[in-house]
Structure formats: structure tokens, C-alpha cells
Design a protein around this ligand. Structure first.
Ligand SMILES: C[S@@+](CC[C@H](N)C(=O)[O-])C[C@H]1O[C@@H](n2cnc3c(N)ncnc32)[C@H](O)[C@@H]1O
Length: 268
């Protein structure tokens, strides 16, 4: 593993999120985490979740952990992008233990009842090796009986959202997501899209030059194998479309996301 040998790990994700950070919440304003987590927490309960200690890996600006904080969870969170972490800190101050950390070499922050990594952060890992290292790091942060949950984008997402252009205009600027992916891309593809902000005529809004978002598609069989190699037991796999209602089985063509729940294998 590159990171283990002290070699530099690719920095695509960090560069992309340092750039998008100032407008991230605006661009993703339609993501309803209260509803999504309201659908996912009962699935965790079906698998015996207990306790209230959460580690949010790749927490971004805090959108994924804020509903948990409001429900009384004790939250620790990290992200590779210092700009995203700074925005999360502005929202929650010292109510959350926040760090800059790369999930490919995740520190042990403690023992958690739930470790989650949400909104396709896992897809920024660009190889099976990186995925395995991240999963090992997440497993090391699980307390006794703890559960791991993460989601990944499906081929539906890469053949559509990552292949199309989305433009939002507000506050004197144009936010441009430009999908660069082949709509017929094959499973396991590395999908690309660029994101930039262009000020509209007469506006003083700052520009954000185009940066590339690179995500790797992980088929279910590859994720299950990586979980096993990382010492985790896969408990359930769900799929959902934009309605965020988890269904089984995961369908790569009908669902935009796959959601995985796992626990440390030795507890099986
Ligand atoms: C789509 S955002 C999701 C953020 C947050 N979980 C949410 O649901 O709002 C993906 C996040 O993954 C982070 N990320 C990507 N690669 C990472 C890595 N190797 N280690 C830690 N964070 C990473 C990015 O910086 C970004 O904040």
C-alpha cells in the first residue's frame, strides 16, 4: 500500500474539496439528511445498534453528523479537506471533536458504537487497495458491538449525474457541474466530473476554477470481498433511488446508491 511505504497518496479528493468547500452546502442543499438518516437508523436498529458514540469519517461540512448531534449522539468527525472541516467547525464549535484526517490512514480516535462514512465519500478511494485500507481503519475504531455503515454510488449515478451538466445560478454566480463520464461506462469505472463557479456579469462573487471530481465505482462483489479482507462481516446491503428509501436487493441500474452495514468479523 502506497501510504504504508511512506509514499504520497493521490490528492484528487482533497484538491477537489478544498475548491468546492465555499459553495458545497449550496450545491447540495437538496440533500435531506434528516430524512435519509431517518430511513437508515432503523436499519441499524434492526442490526442491534446500541450506544451513542459516532465517528463520522469524511464528514465534510457536517451535514451528515448534525442530525445525529441533534438526536443526542456524541460525535467525533474527520475529513481530508481542511476547508470542509473549518466549515463544519463554524457550525458546531467544540460540540464535536473534529480533525483533518485521511481515511486511507485513519487514526484510532476511540471506540465507537457507530462509524459511518456517507454520501459517496468511499467512491473517492480510487482502488480496491485504498478501499481495504479505509475499511481496516474504520474497523479499528469500532467498539464492542459497534456497526459500520457507508454508501456508494451505483452505475446509475455514474451513467447519469456523472455524465450530465447541472447548472445552478444564484447570488450573482453560476455553479457548474460538468459530467465527463461515458453514459455507457462499465462497472468498476473511474468516473469524472468537473465543478467550477463563474461570476455572472457585474457580480463581485469570487470565481472557483474548475477542479476534477474522480470517483471509482465499486461493484457489490468487490465491496463484499474488501469487507472480508478488512476483517469485517457484511450484515446487510440496501439500494435506494433519490427517494432515499432503502430496498433489497441493491440494483445497480434502478438505484443511485448502495448502502452497506457491517461489523467486526470476530463477533460473528
Ligand atoms: C460528498 S462529500 C460528503 C461529506 C459528508 N459525509 C456529507 O454527507 O455531507 C465527500 C467528502 O469525502 C471527503 N473525502 C474524500 N476522500 C477522503 C479521504 N481519503 N479521507 C477523508 N475524507 C475524504 C471529501 O473531502 C468530502 O468532504
Amino acid at each position: 500500500m502506497a501510504g504504508d511505504r511512506g509514499e504520497e497518496l493521490p490528492r484528487w479528493a482533497e484538491v477537489a474539496y478544498e475548491a468546492i468547500a465555499p459553495v458545497y452546502d449550496e450545491f447540495t442543499a437538496h440533500h435531506n439528511y434528516d430524512f435519509w438518516l431517518g430511513q437508515l437508523i432503523p436499519k441499524l436498529e434492526e442490526h442491534g445498534i446500541r450506544g451513542h458514540r459516532l465517528l463520522d469519517v469524511a464528514c465534510g461540512t457536517g451535514k451528515s453528523f448534525i442530525p445525529m448531534l441533534e438526536k443526542g449522539w456524541e460525535v467525533t468527525a474527520c475529513d481530508i479537506s481542511p476547508a470542509m472541516v473549518a466549515l463544519a467547525r463554524e457550525k458546531v464549535g467544540d460540540r464535536v471533536r473534529l480533525s483533518v484526517a485521511d481515511m486511507r490512514k485513519l487514526p484510532v480516535f476511540g471506540e465507537f458504537d457507530l462509524v459511518f462514512c456517507l454520501d459517496d465519500a468511499v467512491n473517492y478511494l480510487l482502488s480496491g487497495e485504498e478501499l481495504e485500507q479505509a475499511l481496516i481503519g474504520m474497523r479499528r475504531n469500532l467498539g464492542p458491538g459497534g456497526l459500520l455503515m457507508f454508501d456508494v454510488n451505483t452505475m446509475e449515478a455514474y451513467r447519469n449525474f456523472f455524465a450530465e451538466e447541472v447548472v445552478l445560478e444564484r447570488d450573482g454566480r453560476r455553479l457548474i457541474w460538468k459530467g465527463l463520464t461515458d453514459p455507457d461506462a462499465a462497472p468498476g469505472t473511474i468516473a469524472e466530473a468537473s465543478f467550477e463557479v463563474v461570476p455572472l456579469a457585474g457580480s463581485n462573487a469570487p470565481a472557483i476554477p474548475a477542479e476534477l471530481h474522480r470517483e471509482r465505482h465499486f461493484p457489490e462483489a468487490e465491496i463484499r470481498a474488501a469487507l472480508e479482507r478488512a476483517g469485517l462481516e457484511c450484515l446487510a446491503v440496501y439500494g435506494h433511488h433519490h427517494d432515499a428509501i432503502p430496498k433489497q436487493p441493491l440494483d445497480e441500474a434502478a438505484h443511485t446508491k448502495g448502502v452497506y452495514i457491517a461489523r467486526a468479523a470476530q463477533e460473528a
